[in-house]
Ligand binder design. Structure first.
Ligand code: NDP
Length: 257
């Protein structure tokens, strides 16, 4: 389901995310980096989770330069994360900021684009771990904090292959199908007894490193940048989307050129 076209020009109130604490995974690059900067710009304290510390530090510095609230760094390689790592994130958030009002599950790996006949099972596990198990386990670990929020939003990042599988997209496609189910299951199970909304968001083709590696012959200038699609990410994270839950939404397509 496409979000309304007017979200292309959605103007979030400057204090949309004031006093909110939001965790972004894969915050060092691509869409996650843009979302971390946008959330900070609109008032949130942003928790930056990712595997490359230097990239997270660069985003941290940018947020400070733009006058945002001091972020926190949560370096973690989700491919190797153990239950204790997720609990340690919970403890760190409790200690440093004491609350949580949103998670953007954005980190993902593409893995090889190859047939199931030849797909390496070890790589399959790694892709599933980063793209599906991590969003499940991180959400599960952080539910105690999210339930205390008056208005929390959890966004899972999906993809067109999460709705309809496509040949050669292997574990990436299956992980995104799983993410769609995961989001709906959290929404169903917690409907009525929490203030948390759970939705999937498909950014659509966006000018990032992952897109370039999936479509090396595509002209990136024809694609929206991560900044272009931020209105949808702001809308779903902030109070204007209160009551929207259990949905799988698409960033509206516009003329980006
Ligand atoms: P990028 O490859 O540009 O960024 C992915 C981010 O995830 C990076 O910050 C990366 O960290 C992080 N990441 C990858 N593996 C791990 C790991 N093991 N542990 C922690 N962090 C990790 O991708 P995009 O910005 O394009 O993608 C963002 C999301 O959007 C993904 O969920 C993707 O599936 C989805 N999407 C993207 C589309 C597009 O056209 N770009 C289309 C449809 C969906 P590092 O920088 O350190 O490698």
């Amino acid at each position: 389901m496409y979000l309304p076209m007017d979200l292309l020009t959605y103007h979030a109130a400057p204090d949309l995310l004031a006093n909110r604490v939001i965790l972004v995974t894969g915050a060092g690059d691509g869409i996650g980096r843009a979302a971390a900067l946008a959330y900070a710009k609109y008032g949130a304290t942003v928790l930056l989770l990712g595997r490359t510390l230097s990239k997270l530090e660069a985003v941290y510095d940018e947020i400070e330069q733009q006058g945002g609230a001091q972020p926190a760094l949560l370096p973690l390689n989700l491919a190797h994360a153990k239950p204790d790592d997720y609990l340690s994130i919970l403890r760190t958030i409790e200690k440093k900021v004491g609350r949580l009002d949103g998670i953007l599950h954005n980190a993902a790996m593409l893995g090889p684009l190859t047939s199931l006949q030849t797909y390496d099972p070890e790589t399959w596990d790694e892709v599933m771990h980063v793209n599906l198990r991590a969003p499940f386990q991180l959400t599960q670990a952080l539910l105690p904090l999210l339930t205390e929020s008056k208005d929390a939003s959890v966004i899972f990042t999906t993809s067109s292959v999460g709705r309809t599988v496509r040949a050669l997209w292997g574990a990436y496609a299956i992980s995104k199908q799983g993410v769609e189910g995961l989001s709906r299951l959290f929404a169903d199970e917690l409907a009525g007894n929490s203030n948390i909304r759970f939705n999937c968001l498909n950014p659509g083709a966006t000018r990032t490193r992952m897109r370039a590696s999936a479509f090396p012959h595509e002209n990136p200038d024809t694609l929206p940048t991560p900044n272009n699609i931020m209105p949808a990410y702001l809308y779903l994270m902030g109070g204007d989307s209160h009551g929207v839950t259990g949905q799988s939404l698409d960033v509206p397509r516009g003329d980006w050129t």
